[in-house]
Design a protein around this ligand. Sequence first.
Ligand SMILES: [Cu+2]
Length: 166
Amino acid sequence: MKLKLLTASLLLACSAVQAQTIDVKDAWVRATVPGQQGTGAFMSLTAKDGARLVGVSTPVAGVAEVHEMKMEGDVMKMRAVPSLDLPAGQTVQLKPGGYHVMLMDLKKTLPKGNIVPLTLRFKDARGAESKVELNVPVSIVAPGAAGPSAMPHDKMHHNPDSQQKH
Ligand SMILES: [Cu+2]
């Protein structure tokens, strides 16, 4: 029963996104505790014809930016990037330890199970803008991980084939 509901909502999400040429998968926002000012949003982006992610907004944060994380010597550093390139047909992953959407100046606590509305703005090769509106679930980082970059469990896929026997 639960699986069937999940499948239905995934299909809905897919058809909504396919109207655009940009496919967004596996989006999640990391849960926060009271008083926490910032968190990250993560997802996989695929632009069929190539595009750039040029902006992000959400009502739950005063500031939303695309960030990049890089090792500089022994230190993991993070900085805002003006845009993120999505080469045609290639999936670009925003994930802990790499590119991410940074949400700062949070207006409320985001406990697990909340839904965060997120608007992504893209520009295609001709400079035309498009928007993708998402409702992103809040979840918690795998406990016991040494750090955000050491997370082997962030690639759970729901295999539609396994649900055929219903
Ligand atoms: Cu960041």
